[in-house]
Design a protein around this ligand. Sequence first.
Ligand SMILES: [Zn+2]
Length: 322
Amino acid sequence: MRVGVDVGGTKVLGVLIDEAAGGAPVVLGRIRLDSLPGAAGVTGQVVAAVQGLCSSAGVPVHQLSGVGVGIPGVVDPDRGTVSHAVNLGLVETIDLGGILAAELGVPVRLENDLNAAAVGAAALLGLARRDLVLLALGTGMAAGLLLDGRLRRGAGGAAGEIGHVTYRADGPLCACGQRGCLESFASGRALEAAWLGRPADAAERREGPAPAKVVAAAQDGEPWAVAVHETFVDAVATAVRVLVLTCDPEHVVLGGGVAGLGEALLGPVREALVRQTEDSPFLRSLRIPERLALVPPGSEPAAVGAALAVPHPEHQEVLWRS
Ligand SMILES: [Zn+2]
């Protein structure tokens, strides 16, 4: 058995995986903890997640074949280091893999969280050919690229930063310094801002997180929400189209918190892709709408993918690459 942990800005998700089954990963246990900032906070919560999972399953930690950790920021999986995980208060480079391995007494492998999510999504969706882009619509927008079965990290570690492709040159200023980036229109933060800035006469009684409230208001025909939702969907579809035109992956899988909308996200994005491609015989031939999928609802692709990135004890290979 092995453990995968997804360290996010607000929560730490852990899964215990049975590796003996072969085929699709079998999740034997799950744990969810709050994130704590800084090296001590991150280390402590990962250790607590591993210990919690093992104690619930009655498995001693030292019997795990390894622990995989998905974490935002610039990750060097071979060295086990992470830096620029700004939301976690980890700015300087730290040897998180080494620290965790010493504390837990088992091999630890670090991976960027989006890369881990791409690997996890391929496994959870049972994709025989691991050729997909995971488009994460979380607080921001970014993609994990698993192309021809290999992760594309990029020469500077910036592969998949599609959220900062310009969508509207006269759009709002982005934290990156450009104007009108895709993630200013198509992210959880964008929908949150739209909900907070809704007109004073908008209906107040809405359930769930901001994306669900905006979608519900759009479905009720409130003009402000219809406009926000149309732009959001068009921007997501644009990101999908750009990803297919640059990487030509077999699948584009929508993930991240906003993907919790489920069919209410997938259907409109698919329709927008049909609109965006119908006038071009070339784009139509790429069958972009058919490549679109969602991460399985309620699954933890980044935690599962992190677990799968741990080298296998027998053939000493990363499972998803073998
Ligand atoms: Zn930007």
